[in-house]
Design a protein around this ligand. Structure first.
Ligand code: GBH
Length: 487
């Protein structure tokens, strides 16, 4: 208006009160789009938001017999006939162990601010415990130097499922000795890397490796244990996390932050009404009772213990104290949403199963639910007062075809990422304390029992030549990083 009328004309039409200072902001806001504005664009993330990408040791490194690395349960499992799609193993994977310098250059080209990698325990302690292998830590030390020299902050996960086989032979996660061995290993890595690595995550997705590895038998070590035994394995996993936190604090340089990366159920209300939102809040606590809730409260919920009855885990008060050791941040791996509705059952909520027609990406489990990136971190921050959250994984599998002229037009993955980031932005702009986001994955890699056919990367990998090609999603993500938001 003020652009088209003189002040006098304007005052004549609308009265001089319309020109009072208090009326000006609203008028100014109505200025045409080409008028320069100092207000931040609505789609931007806070300054300093940490844009990252993630991988994991066994999925990308290869070099399984090099420099003194011991055998992991994934070597054993993937070499057991019939266990993985096409018999695929991580023997070579992305050959990242030899190509990490080139990979870091690709990260730099993308504009990554941070990179999340995991350390292979059997490189550091080939037998799980005992004498460390200096060549093991040396690889990660060189990787960290390379990242820092290129302006990329290292975020280090200590356990992303490649347990030393020697420990599995002694009971693996069924034995509490493994929790103690993990703490010793975590402390050692922290001691050697914390002069340069400022963020450590203890375990990646306890829920996945416990349930799929020890209950369903579809991941290493391929066991199908009884409910009581699985619950004990779960307890040893959260105990390892807690003891690991203490060991890292004891051995790391001051100022180092410790957390975990858990695929907590991101419970979202089926409709955003007060009753369904209240149900989603209850579900967040109970659906995560064996993992995140135990870690953040230092106890198992009454409903969890009652539900398992005689099968409940055996634990001591000291265990629970360790499990509840204060952490500095929570990492959330998020791919799907758990839809929750209010219910008259004592729990006060019900999880709504996915209809048969529910959209998913290439992986049947990957049901698309962008709202999880809003409600997940929001409810977790509200319930437990968490002040620092990272989305430590988010991404999708796609059928990914490389065109003869060298492009991968993964428009479905771009759509997926855009929708999830829109929901993340919604939360962050309301003050949900998410400080960074790691896209899974930086490049196609060994997708566990699904082998190499299931591609999650934003870089395409030709596993015969090891050539990496940025997909359309990498170009999209590069724009997001450069703008610090969605355009
Ligand atoms: C993450 O898990 C992992 O941290 C990462 O290593 C992995 O590459 C990535 O996601 C993509 O899968 O075979 O039907 O039992 C995400 C949670 C848990 C999803 C295990 C797949 C197996 C489904 N995952 N789940 S099934």
């Amino acid at each position: 208006m003020l652009n088209r009328f003189s002040r006098r004309e304007f005052a004549k039409l609308f009265g001089s009160a319309a020109l009072a200072p208090s009326a000006l902001p609203a008028l100014a806001a109505a200025a045409p789009a080409d008028t320069p504005s100092t207000a931040p664009a609505p789609h931007l993330f806070p300054k300093g938001f940490l844009w990252g990408s993630a991988t994991a040791s066994y999925q990308v490194e290869g070099a399984v017999k090099e420099d003194g690395r011991g055998v992991s349960i994934w070597d054993t499992f993937s070499h057991t006939p019939g266990k993985t799609n096409n018999g695929d193993t991580g023997d070579v994977a992305n050959d990242h162990y030899h190509r990490y310098k080139e990979d870091v250059q690709l990260m730099k080209a993308l504009g990554l601010k941070t990179y999340r990698f995991s350390v292979a325990w059997p490189r550091i302690f080939p037998n799980g415990t005992g004498a460390p292998n200096p060549k093991g830590i040396d690889f990660y030390s060189r990787l960290v130097d390379q990242l820092l020299a290129n302006g990329i902050q290292p975020y280090c996960t200590l356990f992303h499922w490649d347990l030393p086989q020697a420990l599995e032979d002694k009971g693996g996660w069924q034995s509490r000795d493994t929790s103690e061995a993990f703490a010793a290993y975590a402390g050692y890595v922290a001691q050697h890397l914390s002069d340069r690595v400022k963020h450590f995550m203890t375990l990646n997705e306890m829920k996945s490796f416990v349930d799929i590895g020890y209950r369903d038998g579809r991941h290493a070590p391929g066991l199908k244990l009884s409910v009581a035994k699985v619950n004990q394995v779960r307890h040893h996993a959260v105990l390892a996390h807690g003891l690991g936190v203490q060991a890292i604090r004891a051995h790391a340089k001051p100022g180092v932050k410790v957390g975990l990366a858990e695929n907590a159920e991101a419970c979202a209300p089926v409709i955003e009404t007060a009753e369904h939102i209240a149900a989603a809040r209850k579900a967040t606590r109970e659906e995560n009772a064996g993992y995140l809730t135990a870690v953040l409260e230092g106890k198992y919920t009454d409903a969890y213990l009652a539900h398992h009855g005689a099968n409940a885990p055996k634990f001591t008060a000291a265990d629970m104290k360790a499990i509840g050791s204060p952490i500095d941040f929570v990492g959330l791996n998020n791919y799907t949403t758990t839809w929750v509705r209010a219910d008259s059952a004592p729990a006060g909520y019900a999880v709504v199963p996915a209809p048969a027609s529910y959209p998913h990406m290439m992986s049947p489990w990957l049901r698309v639910g962008p709202q999880g990136l809003y409600w997940g971190p929001k409810l977790i921050a509200e319930i437990w007062g968490v002040k620092e959250i990272y989305i430590t994984e988010n991404g999708a599998s796609s059928t990914d075809v490389l065109t003869p002229d060298g492009h991968v037009y993964d428009t479905d993955r771009v759509m997926y990422l855009r929708n999830y980031l829109t929901q993340l932005h919604r939360g962050v702009s309301e003050g949900v304390p998410v400080k960074g986001y790691f896209c899974w994955s930086f490049m196609d890699n060994y997708e566990w029992a699904d082998g190499y056919a299931y591609r999650f990367g934003i870089h395409y990998v030709d596993f015969k030549t090891q050539k990496r090609t940025p997909k359309l999603s990498a170009h999209f993500y590069k724009e997001v990083i450069a703008r610090n938001g969605l355009a």
